[in-house]
Design a protein around this ligand. Structure first.
Ligand code: NAG
Ligand code: NAG
Ligand code: NAG
Ligand code: NAG
Ligand code: NAG
Ligand code: NAG
Ligand code: NAG
Ligand code: NAG
Length: 421
């Protein structure tokens, strides 16, 4: 019997809103994704926004992930991940999957009505759009492939992931696991501006390939908070636990919705350019009810119902970093074969039998007043004379970071305890 080699999916995601001591040469207005792969000859899709085909399946997948992750973790844990990163990495892996393994991946990703070609084209378009529509922020999304030196992979797989997923490919000597790990960690650290440094702790020497996806985003609030109003305040993690946070405060005009039927309030905080943070605050004791009804349809309902209002907003300043092992989650979402001995990755290698041994994800998020070193100028808004709505984020809330031009959920999560790093 031939040995089975292992594949690993590593998803490194950083989302940062401050820390402006960037490394030398890091121009915050320059989109780094262009340095790595020139995409200028990308086919024009015209009005046919092929990436929008992914909006519904990716959103359904995002909520399916949430339900699964949430069911596994104690209620006091923070949850934070990039559904986009996970979906993109799995789509890239699916180009090498065949048979049942492929069918299971497509079905879990909600791609059943699409074929590989249309998924690949849509992902290519998505990555292209993300690299191009952002001036006043940094959004860097991409893929990498660390390949075992001398490994007999199919040229067609490498060509597909290069073309459609802009993957950077590099050889790694997995016989020297420590060196291999540090090379991979270096790649991830470079792509996330040093936010994620030690993603890989140990690697098996039977590793054939490590698939990587990273997203780094640093947004600037369109309407920064005034640090002079930031004050210590209580945050109620649950009925028995209260922690102290630095509470930011801003009264301004925001897109806001009070969902009476579902006991929740929703606010949209825009960044400069095409991204926003949407915050969902369930009423006291209603988190579980909201989580139970949360799905793409409900999410769309919230987004459509937002209207411009005066809001007195209190939002804690915080930073969280969340590691997750996704093996069980992905299996439970239907990708059993991917991880088992019946895995069929004959689209990656015909000679060697492969299976995925590990899928892990790490994401960090930090939120503060500015979102930018240049944000000292506070936006002055003309406020109507009515009483503002009050939205006080002093208990667990849900967050979604949305990219509007591609209708993507870049990140989502639940902040249960803002002081838990
Ligand atoms: C894939 O789907 C697209 C659009 O639905 C279609 O045009 C194309 O012919 C299909 N390709 C294959 C190989 O089936
Ligand atoms: C914040 O307060 C400091 C002094 O305490 C003042 O110099 C500064 O102008 C204030 N900033 C804003 C934006 O009001
Ligand atoms: C709060 O404490 C009470 C009494 O110790 C306990 O019964 C209850 O389960 C606790 N609630 C939470 C959310 O931990
Ligand atoms: C919140 O900000 C408003 C100005 O927008 C200020 O008048 C008020 O004192 C602040 N509240 C707290 C608790 O800091
Ligand atoms: C929540 O809103 C949805 C409509 O989006 C509705 O179908 C559902 O009944 C509401 N839930 C409650 C508890 O009112
Ligand atoms: C937002 O995205 C559109 C494309 O959908 C692009 O034309 C526009 O320049 C983007 N806006 C900013 C501020 O980046
Ligand atoms: C859930 O919590 C456990 C232990 O607290 C942690 O090891 C695991 O990575 C968490 N999973 C997710 C998906 O956050
Ligand atoms: C996948 O595995 C789970 C348990 O790990 C099992 O309940 C489920 O039936 C399996 N699905 C398929 C399609 O084999």
């Amino acid at each position: 019997m031939r040995a089975t080699f292992a594949l690993a999916l590593l998803l490194a995601v950083a989302w940062a809103d401050h820390h402006y001591g960037h490394p030398a040469g890091d121009d915050p207005n320059h989109d780094h994704s262009h340095d790595d792969h020139s995409h200028h000859d990308h086919p024009h899709h015209g009005d046919d926004m092929s990436c929008h085909k992914l909006a519904q399946p990716n959103s359904d997948f995002a909520f399916a992930l949430y339900k699964n992750i949430n069911s596994k973790n104690a209620t006091r844990k923070n949850i934070f991940y990039s559904p986009l990163s996970i979906a993109t990495a799995l789509s890239m892996l699916s180009t090498g999957a065949r048979g049942n393994t492929h069918d299971q991946m497509f079905s879990a990703l909600g791609y059943s009505s699409m074929n590989q070609t249309s998924v690949d084209d849509a992902c290519e378009h998505l990555l292209h759009m993300m690299g191009h529509s952002h001036q006043s922020q940094v959004l860097n999304v991409g893929n990498g492939l660390a390949v075992r030196t001398g490994f007999a992979y199919l040229g067609s797989f490498i060509a597909d992931v290069k073309t459609h997923y802009s993957a950077e490919i590099f050889d790694v000597d997995f016989e020297k696991p420590q060196e291999a790990a540090s090379e991979i960690n270096q790649f991830i650290a470079d792509k996330t501006q040093g936010k994620i440094k030690d993603m890989v702790k140990d690697l098996d020497s039977d590793m054939a390939m490590v698939l990587l996806n990273y997203i780094y985003f640093r947004g600037q609030w369109e309407k920064p908070f005034d640090a002079n109003y930031t004050h210590k305040a209580e945050f109620h993690v649950d009925t028995n636990t209260t922690v102290m946070v630095d509470m930011m405060n801003r009264t301004g005009r925001y897109d806001y919705y009070r969902d009476m039927n579902n006991h929740t309030s929703i606010i949209m905080l825009p960044y400069k350019s095409n991204t926003s943070m949407m915050i969902v605050l369930p009423d006291e004791g209603r988190m579980k009810d909201v989580e139970d009804v949360m799905c793409t349809t409900h999410f769309m309902h919230w987004r459509k119902s937002l209207s411009r209002s005066s809001v007195d907003l209190y939002l804690p300043k915080f930073a969280v970093s969340v590691d997750a092992t996704l093996d069980d989650t992905l299996k439970e979402l239907g990708m059993n074969d991917t991880f088992g001995d019946s895995a069929d990755f004959s689209g990656i290698s015909e000679e060697v039998k492969l299976k995925v041994s590990k899928a892990s994800h790490q994401a960090t998020l930090s939120v503060d007043e500015k979102g930018s070193e240049a944000a000292a100028a506070t936006t002055i808004e003309v406020m109507p004379e009515s009483m503002p709505e009050r939205m006080v984020l002093n208990r667990p809330f849900l967050i979604f970071i949305l990219e509007h031009s591609t209708c993507s959920i870049l990140f989502m999560g639940k902040i249960t305890n803002p002081t838990e790093a």
